[in-house]
Structure formats: C-alpha cells, structure tokens
Write a protein that binds this ligand. Structure first.
Ligand SMILES: [Zn+2]
Length: 252
C-alpha cells in the first residue's frame, strides 16, 4: 500500500511538473497563442486582429514616459500582448487574477477593454488612461530588468507602496498629476467611500495605488531620493505618510 501511494505521489508530481512546465513555455512564448505579431521599435506586439495604428502611437507615448525612470533602458525589448481575442490574456488572468493589465519580466499583458482611439482601458465600469497604464506595466518590466528576478516582486519582499507607487510615479505625468500638493488636496477632497480617485481626463487610479503613488512622489520630488535609495530605506509606509502630511500642512 505504502509503495502504491509512493508511486502515485511520484506520478502526480511528474504530471504537475509537466503541466507547470507547459504553462511556462506558453507564458514565455506568446507567439504560440496569437495569430499576429508586429515589431515596432524595441517592442513586439502580439495581437489577433489587424493592428490599429493608434496602438503604435499609444505605445510610443508610453515608452516616452519611461525616460523619467532612473532604470530607463533604451535597449530593453518588451512583448506587448493585446487583449483582442487570444487565449493568452485569459490564461494570465486565471493565474494572476483580474486586473487592468499585468507587467512582469519582459511582458506587458493587457486585460480589460482597450479603446486606443479614446485612450482608455475599461474594466468593471472604471477607465484607466491607456498610455499611463502601458507605462505603469512597462515600469514593472524596468524594475525587473534592473533589479533582476530574485530582487523583484513577488520573489523579493518589497512593500507594495514602493513597487506599485513607483510604477504610478513614472506613468502619471499629466499636467494635473505633477504637483504633489495638488495631488494630496485631490485625495483629501475625494469621497472617502469610493474605491477610485478621478483625474481631469475622467480616468481613475485605485485609491490604494493613488496613496502609494503620492508617497513615492514625496520621497522623490520633495526629499530628492533616488528609487534605489527608497528601496534601501527602512522607514515604513505609515511613518512616510505622517512625514508627508506634516510637509503638506507647512505648505498651506
Ligand atoms: Zn502594477
């Protein structure tokens, strides 16, 4: 009996490993699950439907925003996977959960409904600025490129506010987003019960991400820290928040 259990455990483990390996091959090679691919500058776009030229314009604008990052690497090559009928985004959703998009390793995977002409992605009735969403996810790829697999999330234990807040910091560069004092004022004025914070273009940031973002903005714009210094700093989220609010009240 014991022997049989051992045998079956072994078989199950082998099957599990095989499936995990197969999934990994599919995830690393979007070309297997998309009908088309288009090379554009450094990037490879994977898509099922004919490519709307607005996609390339949006991608260029997002790539431009990345230059604000100290991790910017003009040679970085990324796979941009559109959500236009391929099973690939569904697979990523099954593995990682629902989101507007995902960015990891050298891949950006769109989820939700993108309208490249109007410039937003819609999910559950909420709109995220499309250029900024792409730049957010591409920033995660920059983090990965600079820090490496073992020192990136989810392997490394980096607080969310530093990981997500930085992606927001790099991507949120519209005129109504550059000023920290105004950003804190917008947060204070927002409905306390709402999940989202709304920008001038009627797109949103989830409140949690918005709070992460302004903390990073405080550390980088006001305290003049680099992102690497922020990562090394041991001060916790709550302490930084209190310090930022003390700064805010001296500005009025
Ligand atoms: Zn993110």
């Amino acid at each position: 009996m014991k022997r049989k259990i051992k045998k079956w455990t072994f078989r199950l483990a082998v099957t599990g490993l095989f499936i995990a390996g197969l999934l990994l091959v599919i995830i690393l090679n979007p070309v297997l699950t998309y009908a088309n691919k288009t090379e554009h500058n450094n990037h490879t776009l994977f898509h099922n439907k004919p490519l709307d030229p607005a996609v390339l314009t949006t991608l260029d604008q997002a790539a431009e925003l990345l230059k604000a990052s100290e991790f910017y690497n003009p040679k970085l090559r990324l796979d941009i996977c559109l959500n236009d009928g391929s099973k690939y985004p569904e697979l990523i959703k099954a593995l990682r959960g629902q989101a507007f998009a995902w960015g990891f390793y050298n891949k950006v995977i769109m989820q939700g409904n993108a309208d490249f002409k109007k410039g937003y992605v819609k999910l559950n009735g909420y709109k995220w600025n499309l250029t900024q969403l792409l730049a957010h996810e591409m920033t995660h790829c920059l983090q990965f490129d600079e820090l490496g697999f073992w020192k990136s999330k989810p392997i490394a234990n980096i607080p969310n506010w530093k990981w997500e807040g930085y992606a927001e910091y790099v991507s949120r560069q519209n005129d109504d987003q550059k000023n920290l004092f105004k950003n804190i004022t917008r947060l204070i004025g927002a409905n306390k019960n709402s999940w989202e914070i709304i920008f001038a273009d009627n797109t949103i940031a989830p409140r949690a991400y918005y709070e992460y973002w302004i903390l990073v903005q405080y550390c980088m714009d006001i305290k003049k820290m680099t992102y690497k210094q922020m990562l090394a700093d041991t001060k916790g989220e709550q302490a930084v928040k209190e310090e930022m609010m003390r700064w805010f009240y001296t500005q009025r």
